[in-house]
Design a protein around this ligand. Sequence first.
Ligand SMILES: [Zn+2]
Ligand SMILES: [Zn+2]
Length: 323
Amino acid sequence: MKTLSWLLSRGFTVFFLSLSFVAIITLNYDANKLLLWFLLPFYAISLALQFFLPKIKKPLEKGELATDLISNSVLTLVNSLQSTGLAAIFALGSSSLLIEAGWIDPQWGLSNYAMWVQVLVGVLLLDFFFYTTHRMAHEVPMLWRFHSVHHCAHRVTFLNAYRVHPIDAMFRRFVPLFFVLLTGISEQALVAVAVIGSVLGTITHLNMDLKHGWLNYVIGTNEVHRWHHSSKYSEAKNFSVIMIWDHLFGTYYFPKDREMPERTGLGDETNYPRHSYWQMLLLPFRWDRLKGDKNDTRIAEQSSSTDAESIQEISAAKTADAS
Ligand SMILES: [Zn+2]
Ligand SMILES: [Zn+2]
């Protein structure tokens, strides 16, 4: 039993990442077959394992499960919108708008290169724009109103990986996808990129005691991503999935002496409707009335240079409100 849990904690990520490559090739880049025979079983196994072997064991909070289930269902709609749009784009014959417009010679299109080059460039490029949009979602106050939905849960699990406001989901998916499509990537390579992205995205949020060692410096494992969900703004880094972008832009955060943040969630939960999905949908449009920018720790911290200044700023705002 001990050997099994050791193997599971050390081997889960490498095993399923390797299996994703095998599945992509064996199932011949067929999106439907990959969903049915690889991704859905992988999701089911992940869900079962984090249920039976959770890293953080605490009872579900009121409304937590319902919020995550509704959010997952809404995201399935966003996904089908995305798939329909992609199918229409590929039906046109070329994925590259720049080639279609005659701005780039077709011979420069990414689809002319070997499959492994296309997949590698696709993964890195998609993740670069994912890093950019994700960081913007944290640093632009208007975007944070939407992205805060993803950060309001008190634990990081596979289920709340997809707890996102649909507008945030569309912004952070469609913008990176748009830039990847400009390269003229082939449909098969894009399927491979999407499958690898989905496996990595699931692992980032798994509530399991996985140990990754050096892999923590290469991909956004659940050990690394837990810090992104810290309630302390100074710890909530690691925006990418392939960590190269965080290393490059100085936003990698992985302390060796601590396993996980003291608290996961928002810096300030005052007036935040954490367990009502429908209220969270409306929150970005009623933010000033419900939250007030000054009351949000994360945003207040961005507008000043040090934590101490932020705290003073928040205290001053609260005193002013009270008076
Ligand atoms: Zn985030
Ligand atoms: Zn997350």
